[in-house]
Design a protein around this ligand. Structure first.
Ligand code: NAG
Ligand code: NAG
Ligand code: NAG
Ligand code: NAG
Ligand code: NAG
Length: 411
């Protein structure tokens, strides 16, 4: 029993589908002016927070090979290697982001607050889930608090009289600051740092939905969560904008109907008509598209109300479909695009919930770089590299608010 509940927790965290060179001093100042990246999110971006937080015996799989196999060592990233955020940092001429919970690390060029399994909304604001989710509790609110704690402890907060946050965001301010002895003030120094930074708010929210789907809630029921998830994401973006962030990227959801874990979960009950021409589940893709449409219109409103900042939507959905449709020309095995590299059971998806990557009975494929999906939930390093370049160097960042020292083939 113990092991099956441990499995369940792990599955939940991993189900988090939605679940992250500097050249000297200021760094990365190659025309883009980005000297640091601050990232909020889930397992798509976590570069090691969950494994720092998880006690021994929990989430063991991502602490061990084959997770990290392409790098030769596990890093806490939910992949065989690097994530989109790593390629983004590298392409901007910055070092990889260290996880916030990884103590004694350099945060000079940014911090990663993303935690695998994290939801956008606080768990208490969602469905009353019957499964315990101790590590799903690093919601956006928690990550924003970490962000402020980091800024408080790293920069002078007393100089200047920037009390914007006090006047405009008092309720949030009170909610987010448990340490009332040292109030958070947006000092001139913090504003200056954020002016030259890039802040990623997401991808997050995917887990809010994943956990609900995992509880076998109907799509129509899960759709009721969308407005709350969007509001939570947009409110977080507003906070970082109020703190002086000048570039904010808000990614949308992936086409989750193309994900091996979901495909396998629905295989028994699906009809041929439930799949689109790419072999993805129409209803789930439609659901993700609904989230994205609402998020995009909320981002448009944010752009209109914050003309002094650059706010962009990152289109994970269509960039993934481009990757899927062009898999072979981009170096992937077209026959394995809906198959987990690391998993068990073979077949169309090579995915079984009881034998997920890292568990007894699961094995990793020989060439992860030819697969899009690493563990049936998360992507391979090769797929994340392709995604990162498609998005951040191309038309899937809307509008294009970045410029890179070098181009990587994608226009
Ligand atoms: C922190 O890093 C420094 C320099 O890398 C090292 O000398 C020190 O031992 C580290 N401290 C801890 C507690 O790991
Ligand atoms: C969760 O349960 C509490 C207490 O039973 C209830 O007050 C609350 O409305 C529930 N939340 C949701 C989102 O259903
Ligand atoms: C902050 O505000 C106080 C009172 O309004 C003023 O006396 C002081 O000069 C201000 N400090 C700075 C650095 O602007
Ligand atoms: C833009 O203006 C808003 C107020 O409308 C302010 O909160 C925010 O800090 C400003 N951002 C920058 C980068 O100046
Ligand atoms: C993807 O394939 C379509 C046609 O299937 C083509 O029009 C498009 O240019 C390709 N995109 C990339 C990035 O290769």
């Amino acid at each position: 029993m113990a092991s099956s509940s441990a499995f369940l927790l792990l599955a939940l965290s991993l189900l988090a589908l939605h679940f992250c060179c500097c050249h000297g001093k200021g760094g990365g100042d190659d025309g883009n002016g980005v000297t640091a990246i601050y990232s909020l999110g889930d397992s798509i971006t976590d570069t090691g927070n969950l494994v720092k937080e998880a006690p021994p015996g929990m989430f063991e799989t991502i602490k061990h090979l084959p997770y990290g196999v392409t790098l030769g060592t596990p890093t806490g990233r939910c992949s065989d290697g690097l994530l989109m955020i790593d390629f983004l940092a590298e392409d901007l001429g910055l070092p990889f982001l260290n996880p916030y919970l990884g103590k004694n690390k350099s945060f000079d060029h940014g911090v990663n607050f993303a935690v695998a399994g994290a939801t956008a909304m606080d768990p208490s604001d969602q469905f009353n889930l019957t499964v315990p989710m101790p590590f799903a509790s690093n919601s956006l609110k928690v990550q924003l608090r970490w962000f402020k704690d980091f800024l408080k402890s790293s920069f002078d907060t007393d100089e200047g009289n920037s009390s914007l946050l006090f006047f405009f965001q008092l309720p949030t301010f009170l909610a987010l600051n448990t340490d009332h002895s040292k109030p958070f003030r947006v000092s001139a120094e913090i504003r200056k740092k954020l002016q030259s930074s890039l802040v990623l708010v997401g991808e997050i929210g995917g887990n809010d939905y994943n956990y609900a789907f995992f509880e076998n809630k109907a799509v129509a029921e899960v759709e009721k969560l969308i407005p709350g998830v969007i509001k939570t994401i947009i409110d977080a973006a507003k906070e970082v904008l109020a703190m002086g962030a000048s570039r904010v990227i808000i990614p949308g959801n992936f086409p989750i109907g193309c994900v091996p874990g979901y495909l396998a979960m629905n295989a028994a009950s699906s009809e041929p008509a439930d799949y689109d021409s790419a072999g993805c589940l129409r209803e789930l893709n439609h659901f993700a598209a609904k989230h994205n449409t609402r998020l995009q219109s909320a981002v448009s409103e944010l752009q209109a109300s914050h003309r002094n900042a650059s706010v962009a939507y990152a289109d994970y959905y269509n960039s993934f479909l481009t990757l899927l449709h062009n898999a072979s020309s981009l170096g992937f095995d077209a026959a394995s695009t809906r198959k987990a590299c690391c998993g068990a059971g073979g077949g169309e998806y090579n995915f079984e919930w009881q034998r997920m990557c890292g568990f007894a009975g699961a094995t990793a494929c020989e060439e992860p770089s030819t697969y899009l999906s690493w563990d049936g939930i998360h992507m391979t390093q090769a797929a994340y590299r392709a995604m990162s370049r498609l998005i951040y160097h191309g038309k899937y960042l809307q509008p294009q608010i970045l410029s890179f020292p070098e181009k990587y083939g994608q226009t």
